[in-house]
Design a protein around this ligand. Sequence first.
Ligand SMILES: [Zn+2]
Ligand SMILES: [Zn+2]
Ligand SMILES: [Zn+2]
Ligand SMILES: [Zn+2]
Ligand SMILES: [Zn+2]
Ligand SMILES: [Zn+2]
Ligand SMILES: [Zn+2]
Length: 1753
Amino acid sequence: MASELESEVQAIDRSLLECSPEETSGKWLQATDLTREVYQHLALYVPKIYCRGPNPFPQKEDMLAQHILLGPMEWYICGEDPAFGFPKLEQSNKPSHLCGRVFKVGEPTYSCRDCAVDPTCVLCMECFLGSIHRDHRYRMTTSGGGGFCDCGDTEAWKEGPYCQKHELNTSEIEEEEDPLIHLSEDVIARTYNIFAIMFRYAVEILTWEKESELPADLEMVEKSDTYYCMLFNDEVHTYEQVIYTLQKAVNCTQKEAIGFATTVDRDGRRSVRYGDFQYCEQAKSVIVRNTSRQTKPLKVQVMHSSIVAHQNFGLKLLSWLGSIIGYSDGLRRILCQVGLQEGPDGENSSLVDRLMLSDSKLWKGARSVYHQLFMSSLLMDLKYKKLFAVRFAKNYERLQSDYVTDDHDREFSVADLSVQIFTVPSLARMLITEENLMTVIIKTFMDHLRHRDAQGRFQFERYTALQAFKFRRVQSLILDLKYVLISKPTEWSDDLRQKFLEGFDAFLELLKCMQGMDPITRQVGQHIEMEPEWEAAFTLQMKLTHVISMMQDWCALDEKVLIEAYKKCLAVLMQCHGGFTDGEQPISLSFCGHSVETIRYCVSQEKVSIHLPVSRLLAGLHVLLSKSEVAYKFPELLPLSELSPPMLIEHPLRCLVLCAQVHAGMWRRNGFSLVNQIYYYHDVKCRREMFDKDIVMLQTGVSMMDPNHFLMIMLSRFELYHVFSTQDYGKRFCSDITHKDVVQQNNTLIEEMLYLIIMLVGERFSPGVGQVNATDEIKREIIHQLSIKPMAHSELVKSLPEDENKETGMESVIEAVAHFKKPGLTGRGMYELKPECAKEFNLYFYHFSRAEQSKAEEAQRKLKRKNREDTALPPPVLPPFCPLFASLVNILQSDVMLYIMGTILQWAVEHNGYAWSESMLQRVLHLIGMALQEEKQHLENVTEEHVVTFTFTLKISKPGEAPNNTPSILAMLETLQNAPYLEVHKDMIKWILKTFNAIKKIRESSSTSPVAETEGTIMEETSRDKDKAERKRKAEIARLRREKIMAQMSEMQRHFIDENKELFQQTLELDASTSAVLDNSLVVSDMTLTALGPAQTQVPEQRQFVTCILCQEEQEVKVESKAMVLAAFVQRSTVLSKNRSKFIDDPEKYDPLFMHPDLSCGTYTGSCGHIMHAHCWQRYFDSVQAKEQRRQQRLRLHTSYDVENGEFLCPLCECLSNTVIPLLLPPRNIFKRLNFSDQPNLTQWIRTISQQIKALQVLRKEGSTPNTASSDNLENMGEFHFPEGFRPDFHPKNPYSESIKEMLTTFGTATYKVGLKVHPNEEDPRVPIMCWGSCAYTIQSIERILSAEDRPLFGPLSCRLDDCLRSLTRFAAAHWTVASLSVVQGHFCKLFASLVPNGSHGDIPCILDIDMFHLLVGLVLAFPALQCQDFSGISLDTGDLHIFHLVTMAHIVQILLTSCTEENGMDQENPTEEELAVLALYKTLHRYTGSALKEIPCGWHLWRSVRAGIMPFLKCSALFFHYLNGVPSPPDIQVSGTSHFEHLCNYLSLPNNLIGLFQENSEITNSLIESWCHNSEVKRYLEGKRDAIRYPRESNKLIDLPEDYSSLINQASNFSCPKLGGDKSRAPTLCLVCGTLLCSQSYCCQTELEGEDVGACTAHTYSCGSGVGIFLRVRECQVLFLAGKTKGCFYSPPYLDDYGETDQGLRRGNPLHLCKERFKKIQMLWHQHSITEEIGHAQEANQTLVGIDWQHL
Ligand SMILES: [Zn+2]
Ligand SMILES: [Zn+2]
Ligand SMILES: [Zn+2]
Ligand SMILES: [Zn+2]
Ligand SMILES: [Zn+2]
Ligand SMILES: [Zn+2]
Ligand SMILES: [Zn+2]
């Protein structure tokens, strides 16, 4: 069907292509009615080009449209061939200095934290890199699409607005130059004509709402019955719903449905069916019916194809306009003019208006096209930007209302352009003054929140879903308000003042609706039934927080505005709480001779609200006033006289009392909603405009009233008045058990009240309250955060409030208060408080949560103890108050305060009772300390003419008056100093008394009224001495005790060892078992060690004892005993692969016998080295399996391991395992027979073996003939010359115990199953091959790791690696005993034939295509199967040696054939023996390859490449024979340094001149070399027709990552989904192994793998990493590990910011740089095959990781 359509389109092509753009434009130039002419052209051609069938052909359509429709317009504009016309225009253009690059989704954007006017000012990467800001503090984010680069916008940057590229033009640009002067009159006129027509056409057709009728002037003569069933996007239905519905409605496959749904989601609409009206209508009804049940149905329209055609062209046209205006600013100016020109219908009839106003009716694709056009035209032209801003502001209300009811996200709404307009300071200012924008925004916002209670306050309770939806959307208006306010005016005009204050009025109206909202009443008796709604109110508060702060900032800039705003705010507050009219009864309180009028009000009984934005705004303004000059100079100008302090404090006080009562447990029955509200009230996100301002408001009130009065009102609100006015309250309740709860409640309330007083006096770090600046404030915050513990940068940032620019101001002060400690390989960089800052620590810092407070207290006391200081934490010295707040300090020396202090101290003295708590006392002591500090300050700063009125020391020295005659506060402190129950506070009391004396001295010296001498001081002196002695004695006691404990502990340790001997032995033995073999000093000292061959160093057999980790029983490893096994994990691996495109297609038919040297897929075996009895392990595994089955039946949960696949966790270390390796003694020793002295040389040996092989082959041929019985075989051999001593009928007895044999089979089968990914089959002939392969591959992997890290070959390997390699090698060597002898012999024959051809094996690869180490391992390990039938006297050792030599020779030839030595033509002076030999060998090769081998380079080069190329092979062989035969390694190879070539040769029984091997065996070598070279593949390679692996193979590395993370983001932003073509990928993910970028976590790129749909990453792991993958999720900056389909975890990325922290999710946006060490660590995990293990550990640690559908990534 597709091809049919294709040809149809092709057919049209030809007829259409005859149409010439030049002719058409010529016709238009002549036309009298151009509009009609053009419309006719469009009416005729558009339907012929667009929408010719069910599927779009975008390329074809675009090509035709360019030729027939757009071409003529371009000709028309240029008046000549546009190929010449446009470049001319471009040349004469003076381009704008704005960059204006529109961001793609995911593109990196940069904002300078030092110079950007607000965080929305961003640069594209190119501009950023060319700007001065790259050296500033910047933030990096990824764009969500939309928005453009602000480079060149002088209003966006405080400094450096131009990058290098855009700066070039600025000098030439004159202000406000008209870009039209660069165009000729003709061009202007023609452009104007065609733009006007085309823009109108596009607007008309895109906003066209009829479904089957076109506008009259576009209607066709004959109309076909061709319709589209058009499906539109909405944000209600899920992908799955849409896909399901489409499959049903239009009968498509799931793939097609996914395609439709993806396009609908991206473009906003997609036709899902094409045909006649009926056919489409039918599909529509099915879709509507299927989706109407849940919510509103999907939007579907049946549209005539010609309408869709015109609309598609309309979109094309808009993009075309966008690109045409790129040629010249003049053209752009014309388009702006056309767009904003008022139409015939007056207001709102310009094309731009029409588009904006129908925005919410347009589909997504259409919207984004015209938004982009707006951005590249209107927003790029300074003159028209202003005009457009006015249009936008005028339509603001309508656009926002459309948006609120529309269901598309904000980014798809034209309302979102507000950020582009409002953040331009000059435009914002203009819109405020001319369009009253502030008021408009606030009013629009209020209009959408109509639901109010009786008092006119917002009511969010019982919001319907729709209202809630609207509420969510309308919040974006607050953001607009923020944009408008974000840049503050530098100059005020009267107009601006007036309009701002008007806006401020509107804002107050808004706050008034919030003042007192969500009131709550204490629940008594029953718990509340339903948690009341509270989040909406807090959301509103949180969103408004910055706006409220910014309003204050604006006010602060102008005194007139400030005073006006203050008055307005006060007036509104009076309206809210004017008088005490809520039926509150006036009462009068009296205390200590003072009395005050107040009202009867109990927080615990009446309504109270936490929302008081009006009071708080007033508090903010009051602080600003206090900071202003007026306050100092003309306080009478301030409206302070209108203030009623009791009214000001009332509501904030209620709010704080509420918090205290909640803390005292009085509001438990009100549920969690209240707890949450209290939490947010103090939280860093809200506190600045909530809690902090309430404190300020109370400070304001107290500073204006008699402190005694305030304290009485406070006592009353805290409902504590009676406690302190009742005589002997303490005594009365001390024995009264029945009131225990009430008393405890009261205690908490008293503590809270004292805390509040501490805050009121102590919190003077807001500029305006105290004489401080903003830096002091932030310093203090940081000091207190770091007093809790050292913190990382991000933690610290989180604990500080951010301003509207997302700045905390922390960087500017952090150096002054903290040291930075760099991170290690894991963890983060930390800030630590400087010790000298500790004295500024205030235990009662008001932003501490309770938990933080106690942590900080503990930390600070610990620090003091460490420094051998006393542990008192006295209040710090505070800065002075500002004048307006100065009288606040008097609260400390007020009568009521002194009375409260005295009373509490009294209770403490008579401490037997409930009516008293230690923290109460601690607070009183703190308050006394504060008062003393205050007095000391006053005395030190006193000037001559001033009398110090702060006389706290005098007041506390006086005893109470009659009738009570209580002792003075000072006297009581002295009493308490020695109270044994107050040990903790002793230091603090001592500090108080010391300070008291110091003040006394100052007073005496300054001859102010002397303080009465009290006997206490003498007492104090003597007690101090006593104390000293006491402390000394205690220290001595402590020392003795410590010593005793130490002695006890070492005794205990001895006991422990005795009792747990087994355990210790086991660990010792484990060590011994590994070190014994390594430690050659035991066996050899100076002797040369030889690992193999007849000269092999004989090692006395060592007995090995091991302990089972499960049953703790010890056992010796012996041939005939029960099997001991190691937990092991076998996995497929491509870590060493040199060819990632290779893939095992059909594992059932795959022949693994020969490993290709590209090592494309190997089997790696790892082990944690933990040993168990085979039967113990089996029992353990069975129980795990049974448990897992039960668990899976109950809960359908996954585990980190897959039991069905044989996986389990090591019972000791929880390491992921999937099989076990049996532990064996060196297996060769078992099969060794007597050594005959006369051993054959290589030539003889090869002959003998060849004969034996031939004999076996003859036998096998006979055996395979059906009519011959196998027993007759030997007799029938008559005519065949039988090798001497060869007995093919001999079958050796298996020496191993049943249990060991079973384990040999188990591990062998597991290797086979995992390595080939097939079902287990222990009979399969490939099992032994897989075992040898895994042994070879694992050794090669380890060798690579050691080389990569430059570690010596036999250096200290980790125990687990050493154990694993030994067991694996010995296992592989023993495996043939459980396999079929003839199978193993067959393998040997075939392997052998690859080096010594015998003509009977056809399919043997050429030596270029064989990995020699795999071949070696295979031959050596298969050889015993042949040798065991050989009784001629050839020993196993001899065979090993000859095999090794033979393979080494083949490898040398391999290396020489593939070496690519550069011919340098230099003759060598004195060639060495080796060089001469290698040159000779090379010549031989040259001869046998028929001179195809390159000309002979010099021997020096050749020898060098042989040595380098063969090293890895020699190292692997050394490891292999070392573990196989147990010969210790020579000490030289145990240390790193030289290449060890000679040592290796000696150890491996090779001549140092390797070429000597060829010379020694010259009889046979030539024929061997000839057979190797005469291969057609070798020939093809030498002729350059194919490639081959060269040696040495380089180690694989993870890809190179850029130093700067943003270049990765940039790279990913240019990456589009490979399936959907142009669409940007949402989760671009980089494979760190091969560098492929993938479109992860998305439907579009799902593929089917083994019958399951998997995401791009999982699919990629199968081809790239045989199931294991390491990825970097670029948008998230997160490393992803995947293994198989079900396993995965996230790993911390190798990118760190300057503070030593990663930024997973890119939330903070600090610049990120590559940390090489961390990246190396990831590479190491990969090299070590530990990815799967790492995932296992991560999943065990974090169970939520198990639930993630990793296969969809
Ligand atoms: Zn730019
Ligand atoms: Zn730029
Ligand atoms: Zn900057
Ligand atoms: Zn056991
Ligand atoms: Zn383990
Ligand atoms: Zn890859
Ligand atoms: Zn994709």
